[in-house]
Design a protein around this ligand. Sequence first.
Ligand SMILES: [Zn+2]
Length: 138
Amino acid sequence: MNKPVRAIEGKCLHYNGTLKNDACDAGVNYNELKGDATGPLLYVLPCFGRAMKCEKPCAKRSLPTLEQVNAWKQYTQQRLACTLEAISKIQEQNKLDKAGFGTITCPSCKGNLQYSISSYNGHVHGQCKTEGCLQWMQ
Ligand SMILES: [Zn+2]
């Protein structure tokens, strides 16, 4: 399954987070957009359908379609199901070992998925060798 656009209902498609970025993917500076509005950026930016307290509406605001939102939901649910399947396979293979590492066939792309099991808490970490495929840390 190809990765669809990250589409969340009511959230602008250009929003890329305010902690690591000064501007969205469309080049709009968050602080300039906020202007004199008071409060945390997340509550005053027009990037979210629920906010809209911003005095300067964003001309580049682009909300996802219902089809885009549904495609993203389907993609994330499929990825989560594959991750849970991988963890289950790994735990089944390592019933007696408290810690270890190895590889299994990736349930998503059938490539090589490397994993490790923590000796401290038994949590499973995994990463598929295929770029952009499964990767998690329990
Ligand atoms: Zn994979």
